[in-house]
Design a binder for this molecule. Structure first.
Ligand code: HSE
Length: 444
């Protein structure tokens, strides 16, 4: 059978990986897919560089629309990124009857509903394994491998840049700003790292996993997003003393009244496997009612790891594109007509309704009665304390210091209740600085 013809939009780091892996493993991929998969056309603004990657024999253009307009192209791979031109091109490719493979988490988390419905109307597939956790086949696992389960929660380290920064902060006892500069110098963090360090990239990925896990539409606008920029070396150290590591987690959880969808730094017990995922690696824990806890670990970015996911999508499409569209795996795992009703039954909860436990650090005057006042406020709010750690004043503020750090771990409570308690504690004259609050996830 004639090889399936692929057009590639954007041949940077990931695109080059796709081209190289497809060429290197072409014989095995052909045996798996049942036919060859051939990149026939590449569009990139830098035609010279694109040509240097693909050599002769592949048509290289600087106009992505020329790829979409080519009737011989069966699948368009979008590796441009962002929601601007990439969105227009993906919708145009769908309208032209092409199947689409994309690594664009931002596009799907924000505009997924429009894109998937355009694809369903046209009977084409939009595949996006590379959009979440790079080379880890987490979309496949959630959508197919765990299809028997009622998923209860997912918690993932799904941004390598921030995990690298947190690992360095812990290993070297350094503050965020210092490590970020070093990460940029080494090329681990982008020149503009905002999406990574503010948690936006992780929230895009958590949004996609949430939709697949719970059968609801993608709802990035309802995700709670908090990055790692305000984390200090002191909190990492105190967490360590209490038996925890701090990780930026993307969490989505089934709760009584809806679904939690949130990204923020979290204390995780140091004994959990996911707490020991270091450097730029990614890991996702999924809890299903039948299977129990499963863990997926690997490289969340990089040329060939991401290419591995893109090519898996190409193989899926090569196998399934002749199937009746009704019998293909639905984009978001559940039949599309069920998504909106499910959204009504399972709304994404506001952060004030989320239930979790907390690490609090209070800089307080080292005086009699301070601890009693603080714990009195927590008791009054019905918040149960799990552990308290108080450092020697000298250790915190130097010899003769009259200030100290009070660290409190709580049991589960509603975020709204905790907000009120923090406001009351903050108003005490003996609380001398803004209270640090980091959420804690036992993941058991
Ligand atoms: N910038 C992401 C990360 C990789 O640091 O993990 C692409 O999503």
């Amino acid at each position: 059978m004639k090889p399936i013809q692929v057009g590639l939009l954007g041949i940077g780091t990931v695109g080059s990986g796709v081209f190289n892996v497809l060429r290197r493993n072409q014989e095995e991929i052909r045996r798996r897919a049942g036919r060859g998969i051939e990149i026939a056309m590449v569009a990139d603004l830098d035609v010279e560089r694109a040509r240097s990657v693909v050599g002769e024999g592949v048509q290289v253009v600087n106009d992505a629309r020329a790829v979409i307009a080519n009737p011989d192209i069966d699948i368009v791979i979008e590796l441009i990124g962002g929601y601007g031109i990439a969105k227009a091109l993906v919708l145009e490719a769908i309208a032209a009857g092409k199947h689409v493979v994309t690594a664009n988490k931002a596009l799907l988390a924000v505009h997924g509903t429009e894109i998937f419905s355009a694809a369903s109307a046209k009977g084409v597939m939009v595949a996006f394994e590379a959009a979440v956790a790079g080379g880890i086949p987490i979309i496949k696992a959630l959508r197919e491998g765990l299809t028997a389960n009622r998923i209860q929660w997912i918690a993932g380290i799904i941004n390598g840049t921030t995990n690298f920064i947190l690992s360095e902060m812990r290993d070297k006892g350094l503050d965020f700003d210092v490590v970020l500069k070093e990460a940029q110098r080494l090329g681990y963090a982008e020149a503009d790292p905002t999406f990574d360090i503010e948690g936006v990239d992780a929230a895009h990925k958590a949004t996609i996993m949430s939709a697949i896990a719970f059968g609801i539409p993608v709802q990035f606008d309802k995700a709670y997003v908090e990055g790692i920029t305000k984390l200090g070396a002191a909190d990492i150290k105190y967490a360590e003393q209490l038996g925890y590591r701090i990780k930026l987690l993307g969490i989505t959880k089934r709760a009584d009244k809806g679904v939690e969808l949130r990204v923020h730094p979290s204390l995780v017990p140091a004994k959990r496997l996911i707490a020991n995922v270091e450097g730029a690696m990614n890991a996702v824990v999924v809890q299903g009612d039948a299977v129990g806890t499963t863990l997926y670990y690997g490289k969340g970015a990089g040329s060939e790891p991401t290419a591995s996911a893109v090519i898996a999508d190409l193989v899926d499409i090569a196998r399934l594109h002749t199937a009746d569209p009704e019998h293909r795996v639905p984009h978001l795992a559940f039949q599309p007509h069920t998504l909106t009703d499910a959204m009504d039954a399972l709304p994404v909860l506001p952060m004030s309704e989320v239930v979790t436990s907390y690490y609090l650090r209070l800089r307080v005057a080292d005086q009699a009665g301070v601890l009693a006042k603080v714990t009195g406020i927590l008791a009054g709010a019905g918040i149960s304390i799990d552990a308290v750690l108080q450092r020697e004043a000298d250790e915190v503020g130097g010899e003769g210091s009259t200030q100290t750090d009070l660290i409190i771990l709580t049991h589960d409570t509603r975020e709204g209740t905790m907000n009120d308690a923090i406001a009351q504690m903050q108003a005490l004259p003996t609380v001398l600085a803004p209270i640090t609050r980091i959420r804690k996830e036992e993941l058991n």
